[in-house]
Design a binder for this molecule. Sequence first.
Ligand code: URA
Length: 250
Amino acid sequence: MANDKEERLQKVIAQAGIASRRAAEKLILEGRVAVNGQQISKLGTKVTSADEVKVDGVPLDGSEKKVYYLLNKPRGVVTTASDDKGRQTVVDLLTDVDARVYPVGRLDYDTTGALIMTNDGDLANQLMHPKGKVDKVYTAKVKGVANMADLAPLKRGIVLNGKKTAPARVAIEKVDQDRKVSFITMTIHEGRNHQVKDMLQKVGYPVEKLRRDRYAFLDLLGLQAGDYRDLSHDEVKRLKNGDYRYMRRK
Ligand code: URA
């Protein structure tokens, strides 16, 4: 809940664990938020603890139990809580979850792989903050017979949309000379839109398929596309403590 100080509405919603700040802005713009009974659909409103804030008609009382899941996102699903084109969302996939969870960060419509879903706004903000430097590991199937000389610029960082990317770890997993495709693993900690696809495109390897194998220490072991599982108490604790190191599991 807000304290007596005036706070931005999206911040108060995020602190209540309903959504990340960015997702809270979207909730506001979608007209799903009301303050003292008045629907709000523009950003800029500030509230104090005296104001009653409701999202989808439900007051923010901060009492919703925090829940944490790891989803193996399948292809053809959008990474938002609601889609204006009526497409299936990652939230729709968590069929037995009643809490209002939302995704931590995003994966493209056609990207598969590891995605945390939670209603814990603080943890979501922590993980998405650039300072956190959470490693994300991707495997890309690309067009072309890859060689390390072409990929080397990615290790130093390349300029995308006028801004240099942080150094990435890159390795060639497999090259199929006959089909002229390669499989490349790439580890980055930034989360710009379409970053992996844009980086590989820029060095001459258009991405045909992309999968996120790992988010921090969370891998896809035992999860088929579309499956999800609870994070363990220990996993949540490690994430909260900023201990993102990966230890290979059997
Ligand atoms: N990079 C991309 O290009 N797409 C994703 O979905 C994730 C990272």
